[in-house]
Design a protein around this ligand. Structure first.
Ligand code: SF4
Length: 575
């Protein structure tokens, strides 16, 4: 019996040499015969060193696999090449099927090595940003070998389950309806604004990357060399990148240096109310879940204005067990089903048909105040905050006289709408501009309040390189500490004094430098806005305002002066 050959089933990635793995290159080099589709052979031609080449046309995969097996059985080392990954819509499965038909086993037959490559879902995602950061699936729209009915069911299921979806083989010269049908199905489950990335020839010469929306994706070129990546209900666009959050925002404040939850608290059940309980007695009843995510039972559901009819509307009412009786497994299953069906048609976030079960539950954080000058909360406002925080949320009072509300929710818009309806002012927290005014002697010294309010309107909540605090006090008493903020504004004798660059913590803490006295009221807002704009455009990421002011030496005409360094002598008794 002659020497046994070997089958090297190689995925060579998107097509550029930089993205072929080392093992794939070695395998091509060590092979005697290379078998592949014409275009693939051309793509790796730079790696060929005299091997026998067997090229075939596009629909001749079976003859390629058969020829590869024949050559290997004749004692040759045979490279079967696929673009992407050989095990993802590539040649690996077909070669195994041909071998199995011939009674191959690993012990007795030719050796087989499958060499992984970068599949289109990975290469295209890299060009789009980070769209596949969460559960995702690939669906090929080619119905040459798979009945369309099955493909449609898979699209339907992936849409309902909120997977990020990579569509392979989305359209060819003859198959043009499939992508239209896929879009129609997905629009039942996803917002028309859902981000979509269309990538053609990733990492090849004619690479094209388009970012669009689910509604508009068909306006762009989609063909044989294209992969379409459709975001889930949480995918967002930032600076022409598609990003799907993994969920870190649920437990972390990404702009904060210090996290509200300490490392040892993050894995506790109360910090993960969305997780599957590990013990049966911890398991929340479906009704509890329903009330936690504010889903009404199907029987009470009313479709919101402008929404599509929910499939659940046509379902027969499910039996729901009484609270007193212990539910059977069947009852719990039915209740879970009801929950899923009943949740369709609830308006969540920006997506009118997002299923809250699959929506991103985040810990929504917001700074809450009763007004710019008003410092008094009403009992109704306090009660509303307590109700919204519930058992799993938090209300924190900070050293900066701020109340921060943290609420686990899939529906931040509903939370903000209720808080605003109760007359509360809301502001983002983190690296944003924050204006803190005094109470103007409980509103008695009210001449400068309109300027504080206008500054709040124009600047509060704007993103900044680092948290930027503006203090605004209504008289020279500055009892709310305006001069200790990054930008201090003090109203005095009908005009404003301006202080810049305070440093409030550390051994070299100091007040802001007085940079101007007697600014005319009508000039104040624009002056401060210019300073803030300059800092936003020229400050380095994470650079505090006092450091920025010191670095640039002057901002909008206001000069920085070095603060004398205090020399602190050691105490006589030592340290
Ligand atoms: S800073 Fe002046 S106006 Fe503001 S609360 Fe204090 S005393 Fe009143």
């Amino acid at each position: 019996m002659g020497m046994k050959g070997k089958l090297l089933i190689i995925g060579f990635g998107p097509g550029s040499f930089e993205h072929i793995t080392k093992r794939a290159k070695e395998a091509i080099e060590e092979s005697d015969v290379v078998i592949g589709y014409n275009t693939y052979v051309d793509l790796i031609s730079g790696l060929l060193t005299g091997q026998k080449i067997v090229r075939t046309g596009m629909t001749e995969e079976v003859s390629r696999a058969q020829e590869a097996v024949r050559q290997a059985e004749a004692g040759k080392k045979v490279a079967v090449i696929s673009s992407g990954d050989a095990g993802v819509y590539g040649m690996a499965g077909l070669v195994y099927e041909v071998l199995i038909e011939k009674g191959w086993t690993e012990a007795t037959g030719v050796e087989v090595e499958v060499i992984p490559g970068i599949s289109a879902i990975n290469s295209c995602s890299s060009l789009l940003g980070a769209p596949v950061m969460h559960d995702a699936c690939t669906i090929s729209l080619s119905d040459h070998l798979t009945p369309w009915e099955i493909i449609a069911k898979r699209i339907e299921a992936a849409g309902a389950a909120d997977f990020v979806i990579a569509l392979y083989n989305p359209r060819s010269g003859r198959r043009t309806r499939q992508i239209v049908e896929a879009q129609r199905i997905l629009l039942k489950y996803r917002s028309p604004d859902t981000p979509v990335g269309i990538v053609k020839s990733a990492y090849r010469d004619r690479e094209q990357v388009v970012i669009t929306t689910l509604e508009q994706m068909l306006d762009h070129e989609i063909g044989m060399l294209t992969t379409v990546i459709i975001g889930n209900s949480a995918t967002f666009l930032y600076d022409e990148k598609m990003i799907t959050p993994r969920g870190y925002q649920r437990k972390y404040t990404l702009t904060a240096e210090e996290q509200a939850l300490k490392p040892h608290q993050r894995l506790k059940p109360e910090a993960e109310p969305w997780a599957l309980p590990q013990f049966e007695e911890e398991a929340p009843r479906a009704a509890d879940i329903r009330s936690a995510v504010n889903i009404q039972p199907a029987a009470e559901m009313r479709p919101a204005a402008g929404m599509r009819p929910a499939a659940a509307d046509t379902q027969p009412a499910a039996h729901v067990h009484s609270a007193a009786s212990k539910p059977s497994a069947y009852e719990l299953a039915m209740e879970a089903l009801l929950l899923v069906q009943g949740s369709r048609g609830v308006e969540v976030n920006h997506s009118p048909v997002t299923n809250p079960l699959f929506g991103q539950q985040s810990i929504f954080e917001v700074a809450v105040s009763p007004g710019v000058a008003n410092k008094r909360f009403t009992p109704g406002q306090m009660m509303l905050m307590a109700e919204l925080a519930g058992e799993s949320g938090e209300i924190e009072y900070t050293p900066h006289h701020q109340i921060i509300l943290r609420v686990p929710t899939t529906e931040p818009k509903q939370i903000t709408a209720r808080l605003q309806a109760e007359g509360l002012l809301l502001a983002p927290i983190g690296d944003v501009v924050q204006l803190k005014a005094c109470d103007f002697c409980n509103g008695e010294k009210d001449e400068s309040i309109p300027y504080a309010e206008e500054l709040y309107q124009r600047l509060n909540g704007r993103s900044a390189p680092k948290e930027l605090r503006i203090g605004f006090n209504g008289c020279g008493m500055t009892c709310y500490g305006a001069v200790k903020e990054d930008i201090g504004i003090v109203y005095r004798r009908g005009k404003f004094d301006l202080f810049l660059g305070a440093k409030t913590v550390g051994r070299n803490a100091h007040s802001g430098q007085p940079v101007a006295e007697g600014i005319e009221p009508e000039e104040l807002v624009e002056t401060v806005e210019r300073i803030v704009n300059r800092y936003i455009s020229d400050g380095f990421p994470n650079e505090r305002f006092h450091k920025y002011f010191k670095r640039v030496k002057q901002v909008e005409g206001f000069e920085h002066r070095e603060v004398p360094v205090l020399v602190i002598d050691n105490a006589v008794c030592g340290d």
